[in-house]
Design a protein around this ligand. Structure first.
Ligand SMILES: *Cc1c(COP(=O)(O)O)cnc(C)c1O
Length: 836
């Protein structure tokens, strides 16, 4: 008691405390006093850490001031709830955003250290699967750069997305123990502990005022501990917070448990509790109805809402006027993963704060916005009701009540339409009842948005048509974007520099400025410089691959890149089959002895990268197939350097930063209607790659922005895909009709690429020819192959190719996540930037 009192009475002002004057002195001080190392004992990792701490110090002043400004002005805050934040390495990003990159480089050089080398020692935090988690990270950068009061909330997984190795052509997963050497960017906040409850039962009674009370009791409790990471804006004074929760056992506090004698049980229970934040589920676009995942979702939602309530209540008079809550709070749900928040906020208002249902519901539905990220049925969250009831009994009751009242309204508007009621119900009937989290999210939110123009149309007209008919104004589109700070300024310094030399550096905060490059597209001298940079970047990538893997790339070939999660709908298999066709053409030309035919072939290096979910058999088999084709092609002397295939291990944000500057052709070839937006497409185009793609997701807007002449579009449109499927699609027809396609498919089928196991790839062929080819590879092949011929033809005209590359970059303004965030802020959140 005495200790606590003392602590409260001493309020030392930290205002006069400032950081070291130079980065160098701060770096040396951290090396010595934080890490206790001298020049003889310090490792490179120590140096990376000391530098990161020195750089972090530079954030602190602005961070504190930003938070004070939000508090003093009592601003409306945006809470971005996401189970994934794939933020990438921090050091380079913070140096760029604070505008001290050059200063740091020079001061390190003065003590004989290379900044670039130290940056490589940072562990890339893989707290996300792919596009969805990376979007959340780009949004945080844009929110801070725009000066919008906002917070990212998520989970501090101890193990991020697995590390992918390729062994014998197969994917092998190893754990990503990213915290092994500590994380200098996070600050633990033991003062923000929240209890999160699970299981138990609901006790109902009438209190002495005659009020009906529901109380959730006999629960098993877990403690959530906050870890903060600073998110600095670019060249401004805003530093926002990303707060990630780690699970801790409450047993630490429950001494009685230990005193009762069962010490071992107490410790093992503690370990069990802390598994909640142990590991990220490695599925991309696939729902897996595991209990632990449900607990993760509720764990971070509950801790986050308690924190939001704490902040809202702070310095507000009792009784709290909760009708003011939506004026100060907006919560954006990144997919349905955090959508239990809707039921949880209702529980807090009704069971804890004592509000009436109708008032609570009005406030709740004013507060939430929901972003849908996929229409793939296998990805939609549908929790088993018995499981849900066991883990979150009170929430299930609340969801039933929400559903009852909602369906009553539907019945009034559409009397007697039983089909509509069962489609719109939050509860799916059947052998096992399910909670449809998408339906809960729509019913409980003020705004529902898709992530590209096409995707938002599909949501309105197909996936959520009944809801759109019921609430047309709720639905809107927010086409995804990427932050140009990381995806051009940081990852491609040479191209950034060239651009800035010609049009200034305003593009870093206003990507539309890139339009000023248009007049240079025809300039021979500028083209030459542009091409030289791409060529340098290609050499750099080739050098890296030579060093690390001992493979040799032909730097005069097209660098044809296909990087994204491995998924059948993304159709890496289509690219692989096409590579076999290219191989066969080279072999045929060589055999015919036709020298000019051989000479006419444009050299190509097809590079793949991407992780498959560990339980996704087909995706893993496709990785093996790519590697098997690569083995045959790359070792065939007749092919020499006309064609090479590579599969690069462990696609991640940092690998992406290596690939993009060197990429010339970007493969964005998903079946039309399946990719919600894609952001990989934007990153490649921003780095000067030309796109070969279908009219899917944001590719459509890419085409509209950069012009049909500057992009390679092929394949069925989403409408034609629907039509063909309706009509009855027969993949064999296409296979029989195209001799090159048939030859390639037959070679895979006959074990040409799997000499030791002729049956290895049968399941792939089965899915294409006998199980309906769900993603229409056969239907799109011919169009794809023809389009690839146009690509190769154009590559012969390097001036024209370069011109198109420049025009691609020049027209990328729309795809900045700054534009996306402004739209969210203006249309959904109704928030304004705050000057710090
Ligand atoms: C951008 C990005 C993605 C998303 O790529 P898509 O092509 O849009 O699927 C996935 N993973 C990483 C590491 C990324 O940087």
């Amino acid at each position: 008691m005495e200790e606590i009192k003392k602590d409260n009475s001493v309020k030392a002002s930290t205002a006069a405390v400032s950081e070291d004057t130079t980065l160098k002195s701060s770096f040396l001080r951290h090396l010595k006093y934080t890490l206790a190392k001298d020049e003889y004992t310090a490792t490179d990792r120590d140096r990376y850490k000391a530098l990161s701490l020195a750089v972090r110090d530079r954030l602190v002043e602005k961070w504190i001031k930003t938070q004070q400004a939000y508090y003093n002005k009592d601003v409306k805050r945006v809470y971005y709830l996401s189970l994934e934040f794939l933020i990438g390495r921090s050091l380079g990003n913070v140096l760029v955003n604070l505008d001290i990159y050059e200063e740091a480089r020079k001061e390190l050089l003065a003590v004989g250290l290379e900044l670039e080398q130290l940056r490589e020692l940072e562990w890339d935090p893989g707290l996300g699967n792919g596009g969805l988690g990376r979007l959340a990270a780009c949004f945080l950068d844009s929110l801070a750069t725009l000066g919008i009061p906002s917070y990212g909330y998520g989970i501090r997984y101890e193990y991020g997305i697995f590390f992918q190795k390729i062994r014998n052509g197969h994917q092998v997963e190893t754990p990503d123990n990213w915290l092994r050497y500590g994380n200098p960017w996070e600050i633990e906040r033991p003062e923000y502990l929240f209890i999160v409850k699970f299981y138990g039962k609901v006790n109902k009674y009438t209190d002495k005022h005659g009020r009906f009370i529901c109380s959730w009791i006999d629960t098993q409790d877990v403690v959530a501990l906050g870890y903060d990471t600073a998110i600095p804006g670019y060249h401004n004074n805003t530093v926002n917070t990303m707060r990630l929760w780690g699970a801790k056992s409450t047993r630490d506090f429950d001494l009685g448990y230990f005193q009762h004698g069962d010490y071992e049980r107490a410790v093992s229970d503690k370990v069990l509790t802390e598994t909640i934040s142990k590991v990220l589920y490695p599925n991309d676009n696939v729902f897996e109805g595991k209990e632990l995942r449900l607990k993760q979702e509720y764990f971070f939602v509950s801790a986050t809402l308690q924190d939001i309530m704490r902040r809202f209540k702070k310095n507000r008079q009792q009784p709290i006027e909760y009708r003011d809550f939506p004026n100060k709070t907006v919560i954006q749900l990144n997919d349905t993963h955090p959508s239990i928040a809707i039921a949880e906020l209702m529980r807090i208002f009704i069971d804890i704060e004592g509000l009436d249902w109708d008032v609570a519901w009005e406030i709740t539905t004013e507060t939430f916005g929901y972003t849908n990220h996929t229409i793939l049925p296998e990805a939609l969250e549908r929790w088993s009701v018995p499981l849900f009831e066991r883990v979150l009994p009170r929430h299930l009751e609340i969801i039933y009540e929400i559903n009852y009242r909602f369906l009553k309204g539907v019945e009034e508007r559409f009397p007697g339409d039983g089909g509509k009621l069962s489609r719109m119900s939050i509860i799916e009937e059947g052998d096992e009842k399910k909670v449809r989290m998408a339906n809960l999210s729509i019913v409980g939110s003020r705004s529902v948005n898709g992530v590209s123009a096409l995707h938002s149309e599909i949501i309105k007209n197909e996936l959520f048509k009944d809801f759109y008919d019921y609430w047309p104004k709720k639905f809107n589109n927010k086409t995804n974007g990427i932050t140009q700070r990381r995806w051009l300024r940081l990852c491609n310094p040479a191209l950034s520099e060239l651009i800035t030399q010609h049009i200034g550096d305003a593009w870093v905060v206003d990507l539309n400025e890139l339009k000023k490059l248009i007049p240079f597209a025809d300039n021979i001298d500028f083209q030459k410089k542009w091409r030289a940079i791409k060529q340098d970047n290609k050499r750099l990538l080739a050098h890296c691959l030579k060093e690390k893997k001992g493979v040799a790339l032909n730097v005069d070939s097209i660098f044809d890149c296909h990087f994204k999660r491995m998924h059948e709908y993304k159709r890496q298999l289509l690219n692989a089959i096409h590579a076999v066709v290219l191989y066969n053409r080279i072999k045929a030309a060589a055999k015919s002895g036709n020298k000019s035919a051989l000479k006419n072939i444009v050299p190509r290096t097809v590079i793949f990268g991407g992780k498959a979910a560990p339980g996704y058999f087909m995706a893993k088999l496709i990785i093996k197939l790519i590697n098997s084709i690569a083995e045959v092609v790359n070792s065939d002397p007749e092919v020499s350097d006309l064609l090479k295939l590579f599969f690069m291990e462990n696609y991640s944000v940092s690998l992406s930063e290596m690939i993009l500057p060197a990429a010339e052709l970007s493969e964005q070839i998903s079946t039309a209607g399946t990719e919600a937006s894609g952001t990989g497409n934007m990153k490649f185009a921003l780095n000067g790659a030309l796109t070969i793609g279908t009219l899917d997701g944001a590719n459509i807007e890419l085409k509209e922005n950069i012009g049909a002449d500057n992009i390679f579009i092929f394949g069925l449109t989403a409408d034609k895909v629907n039509e063909l499927k309706q009509r009855g699609y027969n993949p064999r027809e296409y296979y029989e009709r195209n001799a090159e396609l048939k030859q390639a498919v037959d070679m895979i089928d006959n074990g040409f690429f799997s000499k030791n196991d002729a049956n290895l790839f049968k399941p792939i062929i089965e899915s294409l020819l006998n199980h309906g080819d769900q993603y229409l590879l056969m239907a799109d092949f011919e169009s794809y192959a023809k389009c690839q011929e146009r690509v190769a033809e154009l590559y012969k005209d390097q001036a024209l190719w370069t011109k198109m590359s420049i025009l691609n970059v020049a027209n990328m303004g729309f795809f900045s996540s700054d534009r996306t965030i402004k739209e969210y802020a203006d249309d959904i959140w109704l928030v304004k930037p705050v000057d710090v």
